[in-house]
Design a protein around this ligand. Structure first.
Ligand code: ZN
Length: 306
């Protein structure tokens, strides 16, 4: 089902892999925005919101988040400052955001930075909300992020899935040795989503899509491959994290990669847990895998996204 068949008060700003998509739910009772994108792209996010497809000059009533990773909350502070709107986050994220837990939020721990923001309210799993004149159920969707929510509108069968389900898979999931709850939670979440009547998914990244069964099939297959081989989940997570950082920085000096994987917590922990390699060899292995996957290239001493 193409995006044009979404109800007219739903506006999806499809972004990229660095900035999560924004979903604007418009209503005379107040407009609500789901997810704010990546921090460095906040000026573009604000420009998109100012367009006629966005808010024009109208106020924003609420900013809500599916989960609290840098590509979904990066624009929170800028949008709240610009529109003076309150922010609501999933209840399961509140403790980590309150203490600004750089590890749980995959911030400093994954070499990510987000401007700190305050939230006014939490979204409780199982609660229902009227946004854009539609009823949305906030459903717990742990796995990629253990506090994540998805928002489901039963009337139209629309699912705002965040990173719990994409057309090709889902967001990185921590392997059992790092978080033993993550893979089982991912399975429960996919099973929960499979039991919903979904006709259109608005994912956190990529275009909205209608073929939910095929997407779930792919997601279950990826999950099964991670369950069968936790090291595969670890490698996938590392590659996703480093590719993400490269999208942000645009390039990293190859000569500094050993120091980088030693300094940034997530790489250090994964190496200690899964690989036990000297930093240079660990960096070379990681870069080699990204190169074989066609995700990076090397040029004049720099590592660049392919
Ligand atoms: Zn994301």
């Amino acid at each position: 089902m193409p995006a044009r068949r979404l109800p007219p008060q739903i506006h999806v700003f499809v972004r990229d892999w660095l900035s999560a998509n924004h979903v604007l739910l418009k209503s005379r009772d107040g407009h609500v925005l789901v997810d704010s994108g990546y921090g460095r792209h906040a000026p573009l996010t604000l420009a998109l919101l100012r367009t006629a497809r966005g808010l024009g000059g109208e106020p924003l009533a609420w900013l809500v988040n599916t989960h609290c990773h840098s590509d979904h909350i990066g624009g929170n502070a800028a949008i709240a400052a610009h529109y003076g709107c309150p922010i609501a986050i999933p209840e399961g994220e509140a403790a980590a955001v309150l203490r600004w837990d750089e590890r749980a939020l995959l911030l400093g721990y994954a070499d990510q930075t987000v401007e700190r923001f305050a939230f006014a309210s939490v979204l409780v799993p199982g609660s229902s909300h009227v946004w854009g004149d539609l009823e949305w159920l906030a459903l717990a969707a742990p796995g990629h992020d253990m506090g994540a929510l998805v928002f489901y509108n039963p009337e139209h069968g629309i699912l705002i899935s965040g990173d719990a389900l994409w057309q090709q898979g889902f967001g990185l999931v921590m392997p059992p040795a790092i978080d033993p709850a993550a893979l089982p939670a991912t399975r429960r979440t996919l099973e929960m989503l499979a039991a919903l009547e979904v006709r259109m998914v608005i994912p956190g990244h990529g275009e909205p899509f209608g073929d939910v069964h095929a997407a779930l099939d792919r997601a279950f297959r990826r999950l099964a491959s991670f369950e069968a081989d936790p090291l595969r989940a670890a490698r996938y997570a590392l590659k996703a994290l480093l590719s993400f950082t490269l999208l942000d920085r645009r390039r990293l000096p190859l000569a500094g990669m050993a120091e980088y994987v030693e300094r940034v917590g997530v790489y250090r922990d994964f190496n200690a847990t899964f690989f036990q390699l000297p930093p240079q060899r660990f960096a070379d292995t990681l870069i080699g895998e990204l190169r074989s996957a066609g995700a990076v290239r090397e040029e004049d001493g720099w590592l660049l996204p392919a």
